[in-house]
Ligand binder design. Structure first.
Ligand SMILES: NC(=O)c1ccc[n+]([C@@H]2O[C@H](COP(=O)([O-])OP(=O)(O)OC[C@H]3O[C@@H](n4cnc5c(N)ncnc54)[C@H](OP(=O)(O)O)[C@@H]3O)[C@@H](O)[C@H]2O)c1
Length: 312
């Protein structure tokens, strides 16, 4: 007999837990938000568009009228907005139990964030690096808090390069490679954060997850492509739903048995869908030298320095 499948019925009551989800208004973030709200948590949707955030909040309330859900705006492509989010959050809350770094963009045309970072690395990795660092004090003073980093199978598809980390030469830019690199950076960050929590005796954990593949708004920059248009109905039909894709990050966020440094993904064919289980990342994502180098670069670029207080 196989092991029992993890489902949302395994999620404990989350009353009194404070949970932040970046990009909680769409796709996997929204599906995650609905479940977490239903379990009684105080939910903060960190969204770049207040109107899209409000629309999501209304839908959550339609499903769970007693849900405790607020929106705090954040634009991960703008360090000053990330700082405002952290200040706003700390003015309203004294604890943070679960931070889910979910928001992301994929295969966008070459572009820069407000601070001049290539936009996929800027949003998917550097924005979340800065956000987590700015929330570190509140995270580490919350017993058993956790940081969930949402990566992708795409992390397997490319190498980290410290020569051209941000595709400084725009003509070297390739949308899919830039996405893959940002998703590899997500994992390098999660593992280094876990090591730093451990070294500093911090009672918080860092966990990673990937959803497999789901039809969400993430593919919007591929939608104009002829092949995508041709196969769109089929792709939509065969891909797992966002509800099912969200299970890995949900498990990483709330399963009591999850340990620091674990990586969750779907159990099915090619890890594209299925119930969430422990999965193995590509070896390059747990290379401590690359992780430390990326960490130093990220601190330098964002100006956010992680200061760990021993044991707390
Ligand atoms: N779907 C998949 O098959 C798949 C596979 C592997 C990994 N993932 C990962 O799963 C995560 C969620 O993606 P999804 O599929 O749910 O895509 P989605 O439906 O497009 O949702 C992405 C969310 O991120 C938000 N976001 C984008 N840029 C932002 C910014 N600058 N500041 C703040 N929020 C921003 C979006 O806000 P707006 O609504 O305002 O645009 C949206 O809420 C991503 O990290 C993605 O890499 C997804």
């Amino acid at each position: 007999m196989g092991a029992k499948k993890w489902t949302i019925n395994d999620i404990p009551d989350l009353t009194d837990r404070i949970v932040v989800i970046t990009g909680g208004n769409s796709g996997l973030g929204f599906e995650t938000a609905k479940v977490i709200a239903k379990k009684g948590a105080n939910l903060v949707l960190a969204c770049r568009s207040e109107s899209r955030g409000e629309a999501a909040r209304i839908k959550i309330l339609e499903e769970t009228p007693e849900a405790k859900v607020v929106i705090i705006p954040i634009d991960l492509m703008d360090l000053s907005s990330i700082k405002s989010f952290a200040e706003n959050f700390k003015q309203n809350y004294t604890q943070l139990h679960i931070l889910i770094n979910n928001a992301g963009i994929m295969t966008t045309p070459y572009g820069l964030t407000k601070d001049g970072f290539e936009s996929q690395m800027g949003t998917n990795h550097l924005g979340h690096f800065a956000l987590t660092g700015l929330l570190l004090d509140i995270l580490t003073c919350t017993p058993n808090s956790r940081v969930v980093v949402v990566s992708s199978l795409a992390h397997m598809g490319w190498k980290i390069s410290f020569k051209n980390t941000l595709f400084e030469s725009a003509n070297s830019y390739h949308p899919m490679r830039a996405y893959a690199r940002s998703k590899l950076a997500n994992l390098l960050f999660a593992y280094e954060l876990q090591r730093k929590f451990e070294i500093n005796g911090v009672n918080s954990i860092a966990v990673a997850a990937h959803p497999g593949a789901s039809f969400t708004n993430l593919g919007r920059h591929r939608e104009g492509k002829f092949m995508f248009q041709l196969f769109r109905p089929l792709i939509k039909k065969v891909l797992p739903t966002p509800k099912s894709g969200a299970l890995s990050q949900l498990r990483a966020a709330v399963d009591k048995n999850v340990k620091s440094g674990e990586f969750y993904g779907p159990s099915g064919f090619l890890q594209l869908g299925g119930s969430p289980v422990l999965v193995k990342p590509r070896k390059t994502s747990s290379n401590p030298n690359d992780a430390q180098k990326l960490w130093s670069i990220s601190e330098e670029l964002t100006g956010v320095k992680y200061e760990f207080k021993k044991g707390g």
